[in-house]
Design a protein around this ligand. Structure first.
Ligand code: GTP
Ligand code: MG
Length: 219
C-alpha cells in the first residue's frame, strides 16, 4: 500500500473528499479529473472509491488522493473514517435538481461534525451543460458560498467545463496552507530545541509528526 501512496517524485500527499446527494455527478467529476473519462450510464457508488492525480504547483509535486463515496445513505461506509485526515472537500449539487441544493445544509452539518476545522471547502454546482433544465441559479450558489465562506464554481463533468479549475483551486489552497504550516513549524523549531523542559520537547515531536501527515516525501 505504501508503494502506491508515496512515489518518489511527490512532495506532498493531500487527501480530499467528495460529498453531496446521489447522482449529482461526484464520480464523474472525479473520473473526468483523474482519467479524463465521463459515463452517461454510471452506476451509484457503493462504499468508498478513490483516485489519484499528481499536480505540479510552483516547483513542488502534490499527489491529490481524492475519495468518493455514495450519496445514498444506505451505500455509505463509516463516515468518520471517510473524513479522517482530509484537507479538502468538494461539496457537489446538481443545478437541475433544487432538492440537491436544499440538502447542502445537511452536508455542511456533516462536514462540520466530522471534518477538520481548517479544511478547504469548494461548493460545486454540476451539470451546467443542461441549461434548459436548470432549477438553481448560479447566484444562489454564489450567495450560499459567500454566506458559508466557501469557494464556488459551476461545472460540467460531461462537457469538461471548469472541472480541472475546481480541483486545482482546491489543491492550490491546500498547498498554500500546508506550506505556510511547514514554514511556521520550521521557524519554531530552533527556539524549541533550545528549551530543555520535558513538556516542550513532547510538543515539538507532536508538531513535527503533524506536519509530516501532509508532507509525504520531504522531511
Ligand atoms: P452516487 O454515487 O449515487 O452518490 O452518485 P454520483 O454523485 O457519483 O453521480 P454520478 O457521477 O454517478 O452521475 C449520476 C448521473 O449524472 C450519471 O448518469 C452521469 O452521467 C450524469 N452526470 C454527471 N455529471 C454530469 C454532467 O456534468 N452533465 C450531465 N448532463 N450529466 C452528468
Ligand atoms: Mg458516485
Amino acid at each position: 500500500m505504501a508503494g502506491s501512496l508515496f512515489d518518489e517524485e511527490c512532495d506532498y500527499l493531500f487527501k480530499m473528499v467528495l460529498i453531496g446527494d446521489s447522482a449529482v455527478g461526484k464520480s464523474n467529476l472525479l473520473s473526468r479529473f483523474a482519467k479524463d473519462e465521463f459515463r452517461l450510464d454510471s452506476k451509484p457508488t457503493i462504499g468508498v472509491e478513490f483516485a489519484y492525480r499528481n499536480v505540479k504547483i510552483k516547483d513542488k509535486i502534490a499527489k491529490a488522493q481524492i475519495w468518493d463515496t455514495a450519496g445514498q445513505e444506505r451505500f455509505r461506509a463509516i463516515t468518520s473514517s471517510y473524513y479522517r485526515g482530509a484537507l479538502g472537500a468538494m461539496l457537489v449539487y446538481d443545478i437541475t435538481r433544487r432538492v440537491t441544493f436544499e440538502n447542502l445544509r445537511k452536508w455542511l452539518h456533516e462536514l462540520r461534525e466530522y471534518g477538520n476545522r481548517d479544511m478547504v471547502i469548494i461548493l460545486v454546482g454540476n451539470k451546467s451543460d443542461l441549461v434548459d433544465a436548470r432549477e438553481v441559479k448560479a447566484e444562489d450558489g454564489q450567495s450560499l458560498a459567500q454566506l458559508e465562506d466557501l469557494c464556488f464554481m459551476e461545472t460540467s463533468a460531461k462537457e469538461n467545463l471548469n472541472v480541472e479549475d475546481a480541483f486545482l483551486q482546491m489543491i492550490t489552497k491546500i498547498f498554500e496552507i500546508a506550506s505556510q504550516k511547514s514554514l511556521e513549524a520550521k521557524e519554531k523549531e530552533p527556539t524549541k530545541q533550545a528549551l530543555d523542559g520535558r513538556k516542550e520537547i513532547i510538543y515539538v515531536v507532536d508538531e513535527v509528526s503533524a506536519t509530516k501527515q501532509t508532507n509525504c516525501c520531504t522531511s
